[in-house]
Design a protein around this ligand. Structure first.
Ligand SMILES: Nc1ncnc2c1ncn2[C@@H]1O[C@H](COP(=O)(O)OP(=O)(O)O)[C@@H](O)[C@H]1O
Ligand SMILES: C[C@@](O)(CCOP(=O)(O)O)CC(=O)O
Length: 313
């Protein structure tokens, strides 16, 4: 018997970095997925195969001793097979580029938790989310859980540190054109850089947090009526705030400019310093926005918001 599950990636639409200091952020799931297949094996081993490599180990190893990007899967399999006399084989298929802020790690943890646990018993989405966050902590100890939450439930969510997650009811029909800078970035290093900026510019940073909060409230209002033109203006404004805190660079600025030329607005998504930007479009300017990136030799692809979240089959 095989158990299969897939989970979407995500983008941060608004509020990255400021969210670390208590401001709300808005995230959405995207229609690019990771699919995980799990099956029981007679031999008591955990074997994992993915496009990024392979791992085969006995159960009961210490997670801290495993030096592999596949360790979240090992963590999940080891935990779940503890009470059973079985081995497990896991296969990962992905259409989410890795390490550029599009939530590949959360999609892996959510799809992995669902595929592996449902091989043995029915687990609710809440239980799967809890397991997925534990697995993600084997890579990022300080994860807020926001990414795994949006990958599990799909749609658009607001999130803040104090109040957690609230699903946003509207179902906007926009397309996001995502362009990849192909510059690797470390979220941790960039978050530390922003902390330094904050410490050296307390007043300015506090003002920017207030402006970002106001911007997010405006976006939440505009989302009720799907006002893409106004939302696009907020995208541009949010990018200005991100520039001020120093997470942009010449390449990202150029990409934002290209994205902006035909769309309603473009900004960095995620930590910055590298990774991706998105341009907000609808049917009227989607193709021209893609054309602009392609003419300038940038990798890009269009996504829509995923309203399904975790899927098991
Ligand atoms: N195709 C894949 N196969 C196996 N693991 C993956 C895959 N894609 C992502 N991962 C997991 O997610 C981690 C990447 O996480 P991260 O650098 O945060 O990227 P992202 O920003 O895409 O989430 C990898 O180290 C690995 O643990
Ligand atoms: C910069 C930050 O706000 C988001 C980081 O996003 P990502 O890892 O690039 O998806 C950090 C955080 O919220 O923990």
């Amino acid at each position: 018997m095989k158990s299969k599950a897939s989970a979407p990636g995500k983008v941060i639409l608004f509020g990255e970095h400021f969210v670390v200091y208590g401001v709300k952020a808005i995230l959405c799931a995207i229609d690019k997925r990771i699919t995980v297949t799990a099956e029981k094996t007679k031999e008591r081993k955990i074997s994992i195969k993915s496009n990024i490599g392979k791992l085969e180990l006995e159960p009961n190893k210490l997670i801290s001793e495993i030096n592999s990007p596949l360790k979240p899967f090992y963590y999940l399999a080891d935990k779940i097979i503890k009470n059973y006399e079985t081995g497990i084989k896991i296969t990962v298929e992905s259409d989410i580029p890795l390490g550029v802020g599009l939530g590949s790690s959360s999609a892996c943890c959510v799809a992995g938790a669902a595929a592996i646990s449902r091989l043995f018993s029915y687990a609710t989405k809440e239980e799967i989310l809890k397991l997925a966050i534990e697995a993600e902590k084997t890579i990022f100890e300080n994860t807020s859980g926001a990414d795994c939450t949006v990958c599990t439930y799909g749609g658009i969510m607001e999130y803040d540190k104090k109040n957690g997650f609230t699903k946003i009811k509207s179902k906007p029909n926009f397309h996001l054109v995502i362009a990849n800078s192909n510059i690797e970035h470390s979220t941790e290093t960039i978050v530390a850089g922003v902390r330094e900026f904050k410490e050296n510019n307390e007043e300015e940073f506090s003002r920017l947090c207030k402006e970002e909060s106001k911007l997010i409230e405006d976006v939440l209002n505009e989302l009720k009526t799907n006002n893409i033109i106004e939302i696009g203006k907020k995208v541009i404004q949010n990018q200005e705030y991100l520039e001020k805190i120093g997470i942009s660079n010449n390449k990202l600025k150029e990409m934002v400019k290209i994205g902006h030329s035909e769309s309603f607005g473009a900004k960095i998504t995620g930590a910055g310093g590298g990774g991706c930007i998105f341009a907000l479009t609808d049917d009227s300017n989607l193709n021209n926005t893609i054309k602009q990136f392609k003419n300038n030799k940038y990798d890009c692809f269009a996504v829509k918001i995923d309203f399904k979240g975790l899927d098991t089959f």
